[in-house]
Design a protein around this ligand. Structure first.
Ligand SMILES: Cc1cc2nc3c(=O)[nH]c(=O)nc-3n(C[C@H](O)[C@H](O)[C@H](O)COP(=O)(O)O)c2cc1C
Length: 349
């Protein structure tokens, strides 16, 4: 008998360990735990392939990941919270040594053993992926390859993953993802691979924006409220005891701005009442954001050379260095007009 059938329903390590993979049952933060492929009770359901989650109209996703120092884990958690989906950490049976050179030695010998068909032991097993439309598989790149615990997981679950849509995501210092994509195709030959996402140390800072765009390109949206896939672009700007509203653009910089709300700043006067400005820290990401703006009163912009946000209180000349990220609704700009600095609070509606 296949040994896997004897494995209890699910063995997952805890999610919480940042230094080595720990995992347990799949969870969605702030929501009840929902074991994939099983009933929602206390386990013990050995049947495979039953749609035990019931008929659901929503797309469902699972995030699988392995992480030693937390980079891939942050990506996994961002995907999980954007999609409000299940998440499972793949856990090596023996935790990795904190001592770096010992860690590297072990990784190298495990990669060499995998070439001989011997995979390191892991404590993570998933009984079925039937409930999931896309399985997100995340790992750090080790010597160009998928980190060994995730290779072991994919190898031991290849049959169950056959026919599934898999979206790979990875983190690395600087290496590309293509060698690891070839690993995945070899380990799970029956899967359908979506476009992958790689973040390196130089792109990790814009993780949220990049993940959002990637998920959009995959057509993946939150399991809750899938009818409402367009993010609400409305914001309130609180000035003293008064509130004005603004509508943000649907571009990368505006989404980065929205992700930082609520935000309290002092708007400084610039150019004798033409603009009210502040400097976001860090600067807003300009990925996927069209350049150039012919500002009118109420426009919320970024001045690219300085990285400041500039809210126009008066008409001004067009510039390719200005980037529009929103506009204050109606005549609300009148509250910001006039000399002097103003304390404001930006928040989502
Ligand atoms: C054993 C080992 C091998 C690595 N090999 C590479 C590599 O070939 N290329 C690279 O750019 N980064 C490499 N790195 C760096 C990791 O890919 C990078 O730090 C990654 O973000 C770590 O992810 P984590 O925090 O989820 O563990 C390696 C790290 C380790 C520990």
């Amino acid at each position: 008998m296949n040994k896997l059938l004897l494995i209890p329903l699910l063995l997952f390590a805890t999610l919480l360990s940042a230094t080595s993979c720990g995992g347990d049952e799949p969870r969605r933060d702030g929501h009840e735990q929902v074991p994939p492929g099983g009933d929602d009770g206390d386990g013990g359901n050995e049947s495979e392939g039953t749609d035990s989650a019931g008929d659901h109209d929503l797309h469902r996703y699972l995030v699988l990941y392995c992480s030693r120092t937390g980079n891939t884990e942050r990506m996994a958690q961002t995907i999980m919270s954007e999609l409000n989906c299940d998440i499972v950490e793949v856990v090596p049976e023996t935790p990795y040594d904190n001592e770096y050179s010992a860690m590297l030695d072990r990784a190298q010998s495990e990669l060499a053993a995998i070439e001989q068909g011997v995979y390191p032991a892991i404590t993570t097993s998933v009984e079925s992926f039937d409930d999931y439309d896309i399985v997100f598989v995340g790992y750090p790149i080790w010597y160009g390859h998928i980190a060994t615990p995730m290779q072991a997981f994919l190898h031991s679950h290849a049959d169950l993953l056959a026919g599934k849509r898999i979206a790979l995501f990875a983190s690395s210092g600087s290496s590309g993802i293509s060698t690891s994509e070839a690993d995945a195709a070899r380990l799970v030959p029956g899967a359908m691979f979506e476009e992958s996402l790689l973040l390196t140390s130089s792109t990790m800072d814009s993780m949220e924006t990049r993940i959002t765009q990637w998920l959009e390109s995959l057509g993946a949206s939150s399991e809750e409220g899938q009818d409402n896939v367009v993010e609400d672009l409305g914001i309130n700007i609180i000035v003293g005891s008064q509130i004005i509203t603004a509508t943000m653009e649907d571009n990368g910089a505006a989404h980065d701005f929205l992700s930082r709300l609520p935000l309290e700043v002092t708007l400084e006067d610039y150019n004798n009442g033409v603009e009210k400005i502040f400097y976001p820290e860090p600067e807003l990401s300009l990925d996927d954001t069209p350049r150039g703006c012919d500002p009118v009163p109420g426009d919320i912009t970024i001045y690219e050379p300085w990285g400041n946000v500039a809210i126009f209180c008066q008409d001004w000349s067009a510039s390719s260095s200005l980037i529009k990220i929103g506009h204050i609704d109606g005549v609300g700009i009148s509250l910001l007009q006039g000399a002097g600095s103003i304390n404001v609070r930006f928040e989502r509606q």
